[in-house]
Every structure is written in structure tokens, then in C-alpha cells.
Design a protein around this ligand. Structure first.
Ligand SMILES: Cc1cc2nc3c(=O)[nH]c(=O)nc-3n(C[C@H](O)[C@H](O)[C@H](O)COP(=O)(O)OP(=O)(O)OC[C@H]3O[C@@H](n4cnc5c(N)ncnc54)[C@H](O)[C@@H]3O)c2cc1C
Length: 415
């Protein structure tokens, strides 16, 4: 495949842009693969990419029931950070954040990683204590964060009302190298690289059944027929429970809607990401000028990619009191995704009760930031049939043994 470069843009410009190749092939499925990955979201595609790159396994199919990146990967608010409290979480999220730093060069695809800085506001004494604790933990973990006071918060984001009507801003947990990236581009970049390695990305191909013999996976039934495999990775976020049911086991996952909305575009007014978890809303400004807004999950389980109206109202109310200048903005679009929540708000990267089947799920409201790190760790788990250092704490057995990785403060609502 031809490399993308400034030279290529000039060359194609002279040819009326008629010479660009398709970014990935759309083949029909083969009868058998070494590994099948269900779900062409960011996590599935990154898993495939690192299987090829780190382990030389390229006889791989990625099966997607819709279009690639059409699940939560193309629906999120793109926040990337690694300021988690527990050591295993800080390790995998920081690995991921550091991979994002050079992902555009690695994939030869501009994922528009923008390390503009993320601040999580502390608006109660409890939050001040919690975020100071996280900053100390991050210092030991090698994750660069700091707790900053209200004056610094105001200097970093002048449009913030730090004397809010309900809760004043008492400080913030600030991660300067955190930020955002273009979510579709992350999926497209990985897809292009996978296709270049000879992997088959098969869209409009829903997995409807999982075949097993003697407690081991042998293949899958799909809307495009039966496909055999030696190894099978379930990387389907909010649909994980349904796929596990097909394989005959249960996962400790609940699927809930999470929604986001964007405003009409306005001139640049905010060059950091702000999360206000007490009043419950967060906001950043996209390169197009739209204010990108998110809030919390619905309080009930569902498989609808919509979310309830009451959450839109609560989120907008929270943000208007935090950023009074957005009070007269019009909202352009609203959408939802189905997120996969575990009880401890930490992910699952694990072998399962069926030989050759691996699960990658439970990223809940915050898995976009984890895509490169998760793919890296998941590829190792599949290739070696055993978790490496990054994945070792995130096995399913932790729920039986009570070894929870409690990230409900860092991950429950904030992204
Ligand atoms: C509104 C919203 C805002 C968010 N904001 C952030 C944020 O700011 N930062 C952050 O880090 N995270 C955020 N997240 C979370 C993040 O988007 C997800 O954790 C992440 O994208 C999950 O990626 P994935 O690849 O696991 O899943 P997905 O992208 O959902 O991919 C799974 C794929 O599996 C496919 N699939 C399902 N069932 C089958 C089947 N039977 N056969 C074949 N294919 C199937 C689906 O069609 C889907 O494409 C947000 C999520 C939402 C919904």
C-alpha cells in the first residue's frame, strides 16, 4: 500500500485525486483462520494489529456486524488520559497514552492526537482529598499529573466559572499530556494497517453462534456462513454478554446507554478538556469549533444507542453553570452508545471457561483512551495463551477471588 505523505497529496492533487487506493480491502471470508476477532471497534482492530506486528500472526479475520468503528469507537467524546488510581490501571492506561503519542507515525495515518491537557475539577473537599491522593499515586506510578489550585485552573481555562452557583472550584487534577484524538481515524488507521498485513476485515458479518468441540472453540456461525478458527477473541463492548451467552458462559457485565452531544461550531474558546464530576458533565472543543459534551450513563440496562432525554437536560444544566458563556449555544447533534460496565469499573482481558476463547470488555465509559494499550495486552494474551504483565490483573478470576481493581471514582462517570 502506498504511504501517505505531503508528497502524495501534491501528486494526487495534480491527478485530480483519482489515484488514491482504498484504505482497506473488503474480502469474502475464508473457510478458516488462525484467529478470529469479533468486533471491528478500536479494541478489536488494535488487537489484530499487535497480533501481526508483535507476534507475526496475520492469518486473522476481524468480523463486524455493522461498519468498522460504528460502535462506541465512533461515538465517544475522545478523551485520552491515564490518571487512574490503582497500579494495574495506571500501567495499562499510561502504556496506551504513550502509544497514542506516536500512533500517527506508527500507522502512517493522522489520528490527530492532541495532548492539550485534561483537568478533572475538584468541587468538594472529598474530591480535593481524592485527587490529591491520585496525584501522589501517579507520581509513584510514573504518570505525570499534578493537583493545581483554583487560580491555575482559571488561568488554564478562562471561560470556567470557578465561583459556581452550587459548587466552587477548589482545584483540579491536571494531566498536561492527556488530551483527545480523532476517534474514527484511530479505527481507520488500525484497519488500514491490518489490511496491509493481509488480515481480512469483514463488515456486515454478524456472529450468530459459536462452535465448540471438547471444550474448545472450533469456529463461528455468521450471517456470511460458518468460519473455522483456532482462537477467538470477543471484543464487542456492550454486546459482550450476548456473545458470552452464545459460548455458554456469563460475564459480569451490564450494558447501559451513554450519550454525548455537540453544539454548533464557535470560535476557539477552550484549549483544554474539562471534566466536572460533581455537577456531572464534561466538555472540550473540537477542531471544527463544536463544543463536545458528555455526561453520565443511564440508570438502567438497555441495548439502545440513544439514551434518555433527562440526561441531556442534567448534563447541559451542569455545563451551563460551569461555563456560563455556553448558555445560548444551540445543540447540533446527540447520540448514544452501549457501554459495558463491570462492578469495579475496570476492564476484563481474560481467558474464558472455553479453550481458545478470550474476552476483552468492561472498558465501560472510558475505553477509547485504552485502545492501543488494550490491543497490545490482548494480542499477547492470545498469542501466548497467557496474560502478560499488563493484562495479568484484569482476569475474570478477580471477581471470584474478590481482587477488585476499584476505579469507580476514576472511571465510573468520567472519561
Ligand atoms: C457517548 C460515549 C462517550 C464516550 N467517551 C469516551 C471518552 O471520552 N474517552 C474514552 O476513553 N472512552 C469513551 N467512551 C467509551 C469508549 O467509546 C469505549 O470504551 C470504546 O470505544 C470501546 O471500544 P470497543 O472496540 O471495545 O467497542 P466498539 O467500538 O463498540 O466495537 C465493538 C464492535 O463489535 C460489533 N459487534 C457487536 N456484536 C457483534 C456480533 N455479534 N458480530 C459481529 N460484530 C459485533 C459492534 O457492531 C461494534 O462495532 C465513550 C463511549 C460513549 C458511548
Amino acid at each position: 500500500m502506498r504511504r501517505y505523505s505531503a508528497f502524495a497529496i501534491v501528486r494526487e492533487g495534480l491527478k485530480h485525486h483519482m489515484g488514491w487506493e482504498r484504505a482497506w480491502r473488503s474480502p469474502e471470508p475464508k473457510a478458516r483462520y488462525d484467529a478470529i476477532i469479533v468486533g471491528a471497534g478500536g479494541h478489536g482492530l488494535a488487537t489484530a494489529y499487535y497480533l501481526g506486528k508483535n507476534f507475526g500472526i496475520t492469518n486473522v479475520a476481524i468480523l463486524e456486524k455493522g461498519w468498522l468503528g460504528g460502535g462506541n469507537t465512533g461515538r465517544n467524546t475522545t478523551i485520552i488520559r491515564s490518571n487512574y488510581l490503582q497500579d494495574p490501571s495506571a500501567a495499562i492506561y499510561e502504556k496506551s497514552r504513550s502509544l497514542y503519542e506516536t500512533l500517527s507515525q506508527e500507522l502512517n495515518y493522522n489520528v490527530m492526537f492532541s495532548p492539550r491537557g485534561v483537568m478533572m475539577l475538584a468541587q468538594t473537599e472529598h474530591e480535593v482529598r481524592g485527587y490529591k491522593r491520585t496525584a501522589f499515586a501517579n507520581a509513584i506510578q510514573g504518570v505525570k499529573t499534578e493537583f493545581v489550585g483554583p487560580e491555575r485552573v482559571k488561568a488554564l481555562c478562562p471561560i470556567l466559572n470557578i465561583h459556581g452557583p452550587r459548587y466552587p472550584v477548589l482545584g483540579a487534577l491536571w494531566q498536561a499530556r492527556a488530551g483527545t484524538a480523532r476517534h474514527d481515524a484511530v479505527a481507520w488507521g488500525y484497519a488500514r494497517a491490518c489490511s496491509e498485513m493481509g488480515m481480512d476485515i469483514i463488515q456486515q458479518c454478524e456472529v450468530t453462534g459459536i462452535r465448540q468441540e471438547g471444550g474448545r472453540v472450533t469456529g463461528v456461525d455468521t450471517t456470511k456462513g460458518e468460519i473455522g478458527c483456532d482462537k477467538l477473541a470477543l471484543v464487542v463492548a456492550g454486546h459482550s454478554g450476548r456473545l458470552a451467552e452464545m459460548a455458554g458462559f456469563r460475564l459480569p457485565i451490564e450494558s447501559v446507554p451513554l450519550q454525548a452531544l455537540v453544539s454548533e461550531p464557535i470560535k476557539p474558546c477552550m484549549d483544554v478538556v474539562v471534566m466536572a464530576n460533581t455537577v456531572h458533565g464534561y466538555m472540550s472543543q473540537s477542531d471544527k469549533g463544536e463544543m463536545v459534551i458528555g455526561g453520565g450513563t443511564d440508570g438502567y440496562n438497555a441495548y439502545t444507542q440513544r439514551g434518555s432525554f433527562q440526561h441531556v437536560e442534567e448534563t447541559v444544566r451542569a455545563l451551563v453553570e460551569t461555563f456560563p458563556i455556553i448558555g445560548r449555544l444551540k445543540m447540533l447533534r446527540q447520540w448514544g452508545g452501549i457501554v459495558d460496565m463491570t462492578g469495579d469499573r475496570s476492564p476484563i482481558l481474560s481467558k474464558t471457561p472455553v479453550g481458545g476463547i478470550y474476552a476483552n470488555c468492561g472498558w465501560g465509559t472510558g475505553g477509547f483512551k485504552a485502545i492501543p494499550g488494550s490491543g497490545w495486552a490482548m494480542a499477547e494474551l492470545i498469542a501466548k495463551d497467557a496474560p502478560g504483565t499488563l493484562a495479568s490483573h484484569f482476569g475474570l478470576d478477580r471477581f471470584r477471588a474478590g481482587r477488585f481493581i476499584d476505579e469507580s471514582v476514576a472511571a465510573g462517570v468520567a472519561h
